[in-house]
Design a binder for this molecule. Structure first.
Ligand code: MG
Length: 467
């Protein structure tokens, strides 16, 4: 063997042993480090009190409990609307639904006969990360418009596997909505399951839907282990009608709702295991939360907001404060975070972490909260607006929350206008039971001014839900 061929053999052996790393791998690794992967796991209609780690006594969620121990449990984390469509529009765009036309009093969410959707000129987390070299996938429920120009593939997602809208829509003729929801059969809901633009199953077999979303998500992670990715895994559950796989039937002390949450917990475990096996644990920022509070009108088949008042559809805390868990081993210091944050903040935060500029041609309602996560600075957020459809019903400023209007989450009850507004101190009274408006007229004046300033930033846009 001559010298040069011996050198080649030595280099080959070092490469094989992992001691020398080829130049191309070095740059790939550097790129991954500067561009972390992002995963959002979104439950649908899960309440603040539905996880073991958030205090539920009979739902077992060992994976999420451990995720909260290893990561950060956020206890003042909100969504931007108390129902699906506007909440999801806010999460993906970093902008309140009032700015994108994705909220309405007449029709609170999109339906199979809707002609509107998330406008094409809106920028999503996916569309920007994609242009920055990320692989992007939306797996699960979309609910931001089922026409092709509004679907995930038109909004920056390379891949879509899931349902275009909620699992209770497309109810077959002649069935009573409410009784069917609590005594469901797969064939009652003619909702399609899609892969990109193709319908692959109709009605979707919802008993295996959590399991199949999970398999798709795991495959996406495995196929993208060598390049940065954004995975938006938006489960259809525990939105009614409730379905779960055979393995989870009658397992939970909490009944079918508990079975469904326990399957979601298993699903999170599969995702975290896939990250570990792919060597991506410390390169991936995972967020787990829910799109809005529990659907309490369905009693034991809806979830629980724990000690919070209200639920899905309303602007008391239970409608919009969600359990939230952040995990990024080696980067996030584990702990309980009581600072305020919202799903609107995910877009600016992801962009900061991925070194992508926030567009300057539009108003954002989200803040970059990376300094809070990383423990390097103060929370930039001190205010949360509680929108019900197109109107601000309540405003939180620091520890105080003022309700200008209240209304029952669902049904025909009229709006009650409060003047002076109801005022609660959420640190002392998270259940919003003790009105302290008469003690703090100065706080009410300040919050009224904040609301006025916010409303001055609104520009009328075409309503997408009434179309
Ligand atoms: Mg929902």
């Amino acid at each position: 063997m001559n010298i040069s061929s011996r050198n080649i053999l030595i280099v080959y052996n070092l490469l094989f042993a992992g001691i020398l790393v080829p130049q191309s791998s070095v740059s790939a690794d550097k790129r991954i480090n500067s561009k972390p992967n992002f995963i959002i796991i979104l439950a649908d209609d899960m309440g603040y009190g539905d996880l073991g780690t958030f205090g539920h006594p009979t739902i077992k969620t060992p994976v999420l409990d451990r995720m909260a121990e290893e990561g950060q449990k956020w206890t003042n984390f909100y969504v931007s609307a108390p129902v699906c469509t506007p909440s999801r529009a806010g999460l993906l765009t970093g902008r309140l639904a009032i700015r994108t036309g994705m909220c309405s009093k007449k029709r609170r969410v999109l339906f199979p006969d809707s002609n509107g959707g998330l406008p094409e000129n809106e920028i999503t987390i996916a569309s920007t990360l994609k242009t920055s070299g990320y692989s992007t996938a939306c797996i699960g429920k979309w609910h931001l418009g089922h026409l092709p120009q509004f679907m995930p593939n038109a909004h920056g997602f390379d891949y879509f596997f899931g349902m275009p809208y909620s699992n209770d829509e497309d109810l077959i003729n002649g069935k009573d909505y409410e009784s069917t929801l609590v005594n469901p059969k797969v064939e009652y809901f003619n909702v399609p399951l899609m892969r990109n633009s193709e319908i692959i199953e109709r009605p979707a077999n919802q008993t295996t839907i959590t399991k199949r979303y999970t398999e798709e998500a795991v495959n996406f992670i495995k196929h993208n282990k060598d390049k940065p990715f954004f995975l938006y895994l938006a489960h259809s559950m525990p939105h009614l009608p409730l379905f779960r796989s055979k393995e989870f039937e009658n397992k939970s002390l909490r009944g079918i709702y508990g079975d469904v949450i326990e399957e979601l917990d298993w699903s999170v475990g599969e995702i975290l295991t896939a990250l570990k096996k792919s060597g991506l644990d410390d390169k991936t920022f995972v967020v787990f939360t829910s799109d809005n509070g529990p659907w309490t009108i369905f009693q034991d088949q809806g979830g629980s907001a724990g000690l919070l008042s209200g639920g899905k559809g309303g602007t008391y805390e239970g409608g919009m404060r969600e359990p939230a868990i952040f995990r990024w081993p080696g980067t996030l210091k584990p702990g309980i975070i009581m600072d305020m944050a919202t799903t609107l903040d995910l877009l600016p935060t992801f962009f900061k972490l991925a070194n992508v500029d926030l567009p300057k041609d539009r108003i954002y309602d989200g803040y970059d909260i990376s300094s809070v996560m990383l423990g390097t600075g103060k929370d930039p957020r001190d205010i949360v607006f509680f929108y019900r459809d197109e109107e601000v019903f309540a405003v939180r400023k620091g520890e105080f929350k003022a309700h200008f209007m209240t209304q029952h989450e669902y049904g025909d009850e009229k709006v009650t206008v409060h003047d002076p507004p109801l005022l609660f101190n959420l640190n002392i009274d998270p259940s919003e039971k003790h009105n302290i408006a008469d003690k703090h007229p100065e706080i009410i004046r300040e919050i009224k001014e904040i609301l006025k300033q916010h409303q001055a930033t609104l520009i009328p846009v075409e309503n997408q839900l009434d179309k």
